[in-house]
Design a protein around this ligand. Structure first.
Ligand code: ADP
Length: 627
């Protein structure tokens, strides 16, 4: 494709050149033809004039034949010489070579005739006079009244003058006119200008002039150089056009390469942008959206075309954040610097997302602050987990409270013991006082007052404890067993990782719905997983295995926590769910007890299953419900 225009140009140049060449050839032919024509014309003209001289002289001689008086002949010859410049000299000889008459122009030295008298007129060969002029002699015999040869007339004609007189100006202007000899040697020329044209035409003047040719050479025609320069101009222009084309091609290729590079760069950038999980958004100082990537579009559930060009308030701002967002925008523009904040977005489906935004000033190439570039990450699930963990901590604290219940019960028993024994002894005192004949009312009143006082104290102790323990009533509702187990394993994940314990958790499939207080059941599962972790954590690595599975049995879901730990001593088994049963130095021994209370609250059961080799297995059941 690239060479096509060049080919076209070359073809055009070729065609034009051929055209010019043909025209040139034609022109040359024409010129040649004209040259021949003009040469012929000159030759004819010169011949005609020579012939004319010949005829004139013959006539004069004929007219004078037999005449006594020679004066008339002399006059006519004189006249002839006068009117024809080229006739330079005339000499009349008698048969004895005596000169009867002689006329010559100034500066012309005629060669005397020394040969025999010819019978008829004779043209001599061209020669050069002593003065250096080219000349030719015409010799005519003169006859007397008896037709006898009586003498001879020698007429010298200057060829230079002949050309001067009989080659017209319009020939001289166009041609170099030269008379040449047989070997092309120059005899005489009409003008001093020399034609350098290879084209010339020569024509013989014989007869009458033997060995003399006339040669015409055209001065170069103005048309031919014009054609030549036209060809040069066409070639020059074509060369220019080709160079121009090459330059264009060069730049076109460069541009194409640059475009290609740009395209692949763009493709790479968009691939990068699309694979990014962080939402990116650029806006100008007025808040108008200039750019968003695919992750941002996914975040707000809208198309790029819908988003670009939007101005605040944005459709993904939930109503409660609108004023806060606008205020932040105003403050940001007051003091541009990078900052992070959390906000909320509403997905087009209506779902509210928690988003972590990091924003930095957008600086253009001139260093001017023109807007803001922000990256957003959906932190909803993280937030949910945090909230769940908070709830879990809260619940665990609750459990801890319950755990201290044991201690409290002891204290309670101790504390109650005192008012109760005081009451008993005051009651005994009062009773004794009543049996006295004289009843001291004051003593009795004091005793009864003390009894009432101590009773009140005991009542308060009991109420306080009661208040503390009955903080939370179980709330039973259908819950996903998988959801409960998932969140427990998630909470324990870090601990398992830390102690490099392998948890084999088989998610309940299909989904099981149980009627349960989620937090309480989670406490049970967490407690069992925690006990299992403690049972395996100091064992060799390959023995640190815990299995969490589920089963369905007669309307109940069974949750089974099995470990490969140290196991439970046989004599401890019946006491496991009793309060204060512990083998741990820091243990309270009420975890399993609370678990049993919780499970019983759910109308389920919890039990221990011995494992043949090592380890323990705890199972509890909760009733299944319809979703
Ligand atoms: P604590 O953990 O405070 O001791 P628990 O009631 O949770 O209280 O446990 C009571 C006791 O049961 C533990 O001290 C331990 O001896 C035994 N036990 C519980 N779970 C396991 C288990 N998975 N493997 C071995 N022993 C266990």
């Amino acid at each position: 494709m690239m060479y096509l225009p060049i080919l076209a140009i070359v073809m055009i140049v070729l065609l034009i050149s051929i055209f010019i060449f043909v025209v040139r050839q034609e022109r040359l032919e024409e010129q040649k033809y004209k040259l021949i024509e003009d040469t012929l014309w000159v030759e004819q003209n010169l011949s005609f004039h020579l012939k004319l001289h010949e005829t004139n002289l013959e006539r004069i001689l004929l007219d004078s034949q037999g005449m006594e008086s020679q004066s008339l002949i002399m006059t006519r010859l004189q006249h002839l010489k006068t009117i024809h410049n080229e006739v330079a000299a005339i000499t009349w000889y008698d048969t004895k070579q005596n000169v009867l008459a002689h006329f010559s122009s100034v500066g012309v030295q005629q060669k005397p005739w020394t040969l025999a008298i010819p019978a008829t007129r004779v043209w001599g060969l061209a020669y050069t006079t002593e003065e250096g002029q080219a000349a030719v002699d015409l010799v005519l015999p003169t006859l007397d009244a008896n037709n006898e040869i009586s003498g001879l007339l020698q007429v010298t004609i200057l060829l230079g003058e002949l050309l001067l007189n009989h080659v017209p100006w319009w020939i001289v202007e166009s041609y170099e006119v030269v008379l040449v000899g047989l070997d092309n040697e120059e005899i005489v020329r009409r003008s001093q200008n020399v034609a350098l044209n290879p084209l010339s035409h020569t024509m013989s003047l014989d007869p009458p002039l033997h060995g003399v040719n006339v040669r015409l050479t055209p001065y170069s025609s103005p048309f031919l150089p014009l054609l030549n320069s036209l060809i040069m101009a066409v070639i020059g222009l074509a060369a220019l056009a080709i160079i121009n084309l090459m330059v264009q091609f060069y730049y076109a290729r460069k541009r194409q390469q640059a475009e290609q590079a740009l395209l692949s760069e763009k493709a790479f950038r968009s691939a990068m942008e699309n694979s990014m999980t962080t939402g990116m958004r650029a806006r100008d100082l007025q808040g108008k959206i200039l750019y968003v990537n695919s992750a941002f579009c996914r975040l707000v559930g809208r198309k790029k075309e819908e988003i670009i060009g939007l101005t605040p308030p944005m459709p993904w701002w939930p109503s409660e954040v609108v004023s806060e967002a606008q205020e932040r925008h105003y403050l940001q523009n007051q003091m541009p610097r990078a900052q992070s904040f959390e906000t909320r977005f509403q997905h087009s489906s209506g779902k509210i997302l928690d988003v972590q935004v990091h924003e930095a000033p957008l600086i253009d190439t001139e260093g001017k602050h023109v807007g803001w570039m922000g990256s957003m990450i959906d932190i909803s699930s993280r937030k949910e987990q945090e909230e769940h963990a908070d709830r879990q901590v809260q619940a665990l604290q609750q459990t801890a409270h319950l755990m201290t219940l044991g201690e409290m019960t002891t204290t309670l028993a101790h504390e109650l013991n005192q008012p109760l024994s005081v009451i008993a002894s005051y009651a005994a005192g009062c009773f004794n006082a009543l049996s006295d004949p004289v009843v001291d009312k004051d003593t009795l009143r004091y005793g009864i007052e003390q009894i009432a006082l101590q009773n009140k104290r005991a009542g308060e102790i009991i109420r306080r404890t009661h208040d503390f323990v009955r903080k939370r009533e179980p709330v039973l509702r259908p819950e996903s067993l998988r959801g409960i187990l998932d969140s427990c394993t998630e909470i324990m994940r870090k601990d398992f990782l830390k102690h490099r314990v392998a948890l084999n958790y088989q998610k309940p499939f299909p989904e099981i719905q149980v009627l349960a207080d989620k937090i309480m059941i989670e406490q049970v599962v967490l407690n069992l997983l925690n006990n299992a972790l403690e049972a395996v954590r100091y064992l060799p690595l390959q023995q640190r295995n815990i299995q969490l599975t589920t089963q369905i049995q007669e309307g109940y879901a069974l949750v089974i926590v099995r470990d490969t730990g140290v196991g439970v001593d046989e004599e401890l088994v019946p006491l496991l769910f009793q309060p204060f049963t512990t083998t741990k130095s820091q243990g309270m021994g009420i975890g399993l007890n609370i678990c049993r209370s919780i499970i019983e609250l759910h109308r389920g059961t919890i039990w221990f299953e011995a494992i043949e080799k090592t380890g323990a297995c705890f199972v509890f059941s909760v009733p299944i419900t319809e979703a």
